[in-house]
Write a protein that binds this ligand. Structure first.
Ligand SMILES: [Zn+2]
Length: 350
């Protein structure tokens, strides 16, 4: 336990360090040195600048279970350009469909919404197709310059500013719905985030969030698969962590659910992730094929070597399947703004 490290979600000081990584290990996680040594070196330097140190830790709160990088510092645009130059946006996700199902039970005619991290607008397309909201009533925040014109062409009002910035300070009580899918786990200063969300929502407006499922992250890290490496993801959210921070900011959590377990998808991902993890730290066959230039042949070679890991994963898979009720990929939650005028309180709900 390190005294002085307080949980960003519930403020408890009972936090344990569960992982320490160097900037070199983090850089190797995002960009394999054998694949692109220059980008790997630039990333290593940039991560050290973000951390103001050669290493960072991940802590876990013993009260609400929230996991968080320390320093609790998010990746910036330069980090993402180095670490993820090829951004991809899945067309559909379980959390999209789960949220649409809830919206279908609510009055949505003429309502307004904001999506934070809208990507190319795949969720907004679904909203439009199901005639739940008019896209002219929807705003979207997105940093990717390629995605902004795509969103604007749909009729959405676009912003490329942080939701916590002064640009949104005058939009109090503007939105009936706010959506944040696979966004919150990347963000620091989460108190400012939830405070701003509460003020942007209309009274009785709803917030929908999806994040990676921490139970699955814990499984991966315990069984030699991919680390959930900072400064990409810096928050590992739990139902109790959401309840604690929502309670402090005048939001009531109405539902929290794990994505249903998809056995086939899980097995494929587990093989791929454990192969990549092995390649990051190995100078053997895994590391060699992972460092080959991108090509169809290198992908086939990676697939073949990954397949050889099959027998080594059986014990881990037994554990995963025994806990499949909480092993889905995402954690989803819905919260509601209850009061028109909320005074933040310091009490915890857990
Ligand atoms: Zn906590």
């Amino acid at each position: 336990m390190l005294l002085g490290v307080a949980c960003p979600a519930c403020f408890a000081k009972e936090c344990n360090s569960i992982l320490t990584v160097t900037a070199a290990e983090a850089a190797q996680h995002f960009v394999h040195k054998g694949h692109d040594p220059n980008r790997n070196a630039a990333l290593n330097q940039h991560i050290q600048k973000l951390w103001q140190s050669g290493s960072a830790s991940v802590f876990e709160c013993r009260v609400c279970g929230f996991g968080f990088a320390w320093p609790f510092t998010a990746g910036d645009a330069a980090f993402y350009n180095l670490a993820y130059p090829y951004a991809t946006y899945p067309k559909s996700k379980w959390e999209f469909l789960r949220t649409l199902d809830v919206l279908a039970t609510l009055e949505t005619k003429g309502k307004t919404a904001l999506e934070v991290g809208a990507g190319r607008g795949h969720f907004l397309d679904l909203l439009h197709q199901r005639r739940l909201l008019r896209l002219c009533d929807v705003s979207a925040i997105e940093y990717n310059n390629d995605a902004l014109p795509i969103l604007a062409a749909k009729g959405v009002t676009t912003f490329s500013h942080d939701i916590r910035s002064a640009d949104f300070a005058d939009k109090q009580g503007t939105f009936d719905f706010i959506f944040m899918f696979q966004v919150v786990e990347h963000m620091d200063d989460v108190d400012a985030l939830f405070k701003r969300v509460q003020t942007l929502l209309k009274p009785h407006g709803s917030l929908f969030i999806a994040v990676p499922n921490k139970t699955r992250t814990d499984y991966q890290e315990r069984h030699g698969s991919q680390l959930d490496m900072p400064p990409n993801h810096i928050g590992r959210w739990t139902p109790d962590a959401f309840r604690a921070i929502c309670d402090r900011h005048g939001l009531t959590v109405q539902a929290v659910e794990f994505e249903p377990f998809d056995a086939g998808g899980f097995l494929l991902q587990d093989i791929a992730y454990s192969f990549v993890r092995r390649a990051q730290t190995s100078s053997g066959l895994s590391g060699f094929v992972r460092s080959l230039p991108r090509s169809k042949l290198s992908r086939l070679a990676q697939g073949a070597v990954a397949g050889m890991l099959f027998p080594t994963r059986l014990a881990a898979w037994r554990e995963a399947f025994a806990n499949r009720g909480v092993m889905g990929g995402s954690l989803w939650m819905q919260a509601r703004r209850e009061q028109p005028d909320h005074e933040p309180n310091s009490a915890r709900s857990v």
